[in-house]
Design a protein around this ligand. Structure first.
Ligand code: KPL
Length: 293
């Protein structure tokens, strides 16, 4: 029997992973706040032909226990989204949280102390155009915890459906690395309205170097000296690998949505007492781009 996976937060990454888990053989259910929505057709603009699937939907307000939950909301929305579904989670429930930033880890743990919380991160790019999901590069996806447990049986449909997937036992460190990389790319792309690869050009060089150096100093303070040393190289690799992509933050700004600035830049600023003028300035500039809330 196939594993049932509920997906909470069907944005660009949620829709992409709905298709990927479905391709891996999972029975995917989309969680909806609309109690009348029973099915939803999502199209993934794959090559050479698009893939369309009619997914079943369930209301968050239903009462049946959830076995496997993938939460792909924005990091700032994770706390409220889990609160709405908390009554359906038990100590048997597997929750996989896949989103940028680190704030959600602190937000979710106290809310669901008994469920099994796993963390995931992806560099897959995707944006939505109506009910069509347009992928931009396959990316790499990592999933796991901070313990040396072997890959669980439920990983089967992930291994089949998700390209470039790896199971990790050092997820906190990997997420910190991802926040650091995101912080060196996403804010600058959003402020200058450029694709990731354009940050490699000479006009952005000095600003990129300054941001990398401040983020490296935070990594030192957090006790990750190796990440700190390698940060510059990793950032340039990601800019090169995703050169044609728009960062998730630029997509948010262009769509007039709230960004993940607080979960990325804000989170790093809160980890240290150092004076970090470039990051502080980025945080101020990003606040000015937020829609009125
Ligand atoms: O994760 C990303 C994002 O856009 O959120 C990448 C592609 C790595 C850019 O920082």
């Amino acid at each position: 029997m196939s594993d049932r996976w509920h997906i909470l937060g069907v944005g660009s990454i949620g829709g992409l992973f709905a298709h990927r888990l479905n391709a891996g053989g999972a029975d995917v259910q989309l969680l909806s706040r609309d109690v009348t929505e029973r099915h939803r057709q999502l199209t993934l603009a794959t090559e050479p032909a698009p893939t369309t699937h009619l997914f079943d939907c369930e209301s968050v307000e239903d009462t049946a226990e959830i076995e496997h939950l993938l939460i792909t909301t924005k990091s700032w929305g994770a706390h409220d989204a889990i609160k709405r579904i908390q009554h359906r989670l038990t100590k048997r429930t597997v929750v996989v949280a896949m989103m940028n930033g680190m704030q959600h880890v602190d937000d979710l743990k106290p809310l669901i102390p008994k469920t099994q919380l796993f963390l995931a991160s992806t560099t897959a790019g995707c944006h939505r155009s109506g009910d069509t999901w347009v992928p931009a590069g396959t990316g790499r996806t990592i999933i796991g915890t901070d313990s040396k447990r072997p890959a669980p049986p439920w990983l089967g449909c992930w291994q089949v459906g998700v390209p470039n997937l790896s199971w990790r036992a050092d997820m906190t460190e990997r997420l910190v690395e991802k926040v650091a990389i995101n912080c060196c790319i996403n804010p600058l792309t959003a402020i200058h309205r450029v694709k990731n690869g354009e940050l490699l050009s000479e006009i952005h060089k000095d600003q990129v170097t300054t941001v990398i150096s401040e983020v490296s100093s935070v990594l030192d303070d957090l006790g990750y000296p190796a990440l700190s040393i390698e940060l510059g190289q990793r950032v340039h690799e990601v800019m090169t690998d995703t050169a044609e992509n728009r960062s998730s933050m630029l997509n948010d700004v262009m769509a007039g949505r709230r960004t993940e600035a607080n979960a990325i830049v804000g989170w790093l600023l809160r980890q240290t007492k150092r004076d970090l003028p470039a990051l502080t300035e980025l945080a101020t500039q990003l606040r000015a781009l937020e829609p009125n809330q």
